[in-house]
Design a protein around this ligand. Structure first.
Ligand code: ASP
Length: 409
């Protein structure tokens, strides 16, 4: 049985990898047929994404409630919550420092681009206070219907904590019901995950065919710096935290995370990667209740990759316009981008929308986003990968802490 599971898991990893390589090769070969690929192949990728979106809402809602009620002791929920939020903030701040630092070092390779004719429509201007107020749902069903993850998290926290506070007989019944619902949705999720190689292929082929190597070539410098910073953050910050705080070898960590990493890279969605990330954390020995609380929270508020991307792009855009950022402006970027990460939804492209807020905070021209918008997907693939990896580190670290304190088995 165990052996069967291992074989099944490695064949899923292998199949996603094959799908990724095939998508790149076929996408490059079919650059003249991107219209056909967008009309007839992408829709199958969209069907897969629809299924993922369909399952993510109940998974987040019931798994957070499940996570809370199974901790039974309300103080434990508070402890994991506070530790995780502080950990998320600190790693995001580190990410920004690495992003800004790398961009400053390599600033000279950034081109000064002719900045006329740049147009970028800012879709939404979100203030910090608006973000704060919007976290709290005013209707019970709206968060589910709109798939508003922050509101779903708040709703499930309220319901989960309430279950812990009702009388024992009703509480036991409620816990049974939540466990049954969790089992149903997890099974549905497993079925959908089986389709991921096909989904990855159908989503990626049209992107590669439409953008081709030329788009990669023209903005290679800024992409290179962003990917370098992503890599440094993963290899330095995550390797250190999992080694020191969870006593897991970084090699083992990244190896067991590879299915989620590949999936995040192809889908560019932290929320979409949640189910497969939960599975990888299980392989890493993380406690399920901790995982099901920490990962959805992370997929919503912890965006280290997005923070790096925003830091690198801010410096890139500034240097394209011939502007030199002061230390004060850089500190403002660290602060706003850390806060922006709370409001960044774990779906493709949302980090670019929040970049507008970061640029505005230091008076940089928002139109500069047009420079990087065309290749946003390529940035997004890397930043999402980092985002979900950071979430997983919190799951294994919290598990280790609680086990050491004897609070979980
Ligand atoms: N796509 C990213 C994610 O899902 C968010 C972003 O656009 O930065 O994590």
């Amino acid at each position: 049985m165990e052996e069967n599971k291992v074989v099944k898991k490695s064949s899923l990893t292998r199949n996603i990898l094959i799908a990724l390589v095939l998508a790149i090769v076929i996408g490059l070969l079919m650059q003249n047929h991107s219209g056909f690929l967008n009309s007839y192949i992408k829709p199958f990728g969209d069907i897969f994404l629809n299924l993922i979106k369909f399952i993510v809402t109940p998974i987040v809602f019931f798994s957070i409630i499940g996570g809370i009620v199974s901790m039974k002791d309300i103080r434990k929920v508070g402890e994991v919550g506070i530790f995780t939020i502080i950990y998320y903030f600190l790693t995001t701040a580190c990410a920004l420092i690495i992003g800004l630092g790398s961009a400053r070092i390599f600033k000279n390779i950034f081109p000064i681009i002719a900045t006329t004719n740049l147009k970028f429509e800012v879709q939404a201007k979100v203030s910090f206070m608006d973000t704060l107020v919007n976290i709290f749902p005013k209707n019970f069903l709206a968060p589910m219907v709109e798939a508003n993850m922050l509101q779903i998290i708040v709703a499930s926290l309220v319901v989960g904590i309430s279950i812990l506070l009702i009388d024992k007989i009703k509480q036991d019944k409620a816990i049974d019901a939540i466990e049954v619902l969790n089992a149903i949705f997890m099974k549905a999720m497993e079925l959908i995950i089986e389709l991921s190689p096909l989904g990855v292929f159908c989503l990626l082929v049209p992107v590669i065919a439409s953008n081709g190597p030329k788009i990669i070539g023209s903005l290679a410098s800024v992409l290179l710096v962003a990917y370098l910073a992503y890599l440094i953050h993963a290899l330095v910050v995550y390797s250190t935290t999992v080694k020191l705080l969870a006593k897991i070898s970084p090699l083992e960590f990244f190896k067991k995370m590879s299915p989620a990493i590949m999936f995040a890279f192809s889908s560019a969605s932290s929320v979409g990667t949640l189910p497969i990330n939960i599975k990888c954390c299980k392989e890493l020995g993380a406690d399920y209740d901790v995982t099901s609380f920490v990962l959805p929270l992370g997929a919503t508020i912890n965006m280290d990759g997005t923070a790096i991307y925003q830091g690198v792009c801010a410096i890139f855009i500034a240097s394209c316009y011939g502007i030199d950022l002061s230390l004060g402006q850089m500190l403002t970027i660290v602060l706003t981008a850390t806060l922006a990460s709370i409001g960044t939804a774990g779906v493709p492209g949302s980090g670019m929308i929040m970049l507008a807020m970061v640029l505005q905070s230091v008076g940089l021209p928002v139109e500069g986003i047009a420079l990087v918008a065309g290749i946003d997907r390529i940035f997004d693939m890397g930043r999402t990968t980092l985002n979900i990896t950071g979430d997983a580190t919190a799951a294994v670290i919290n598990t280790y802490r609680l086990r050491k304190k004897g609070k979980i088995a």
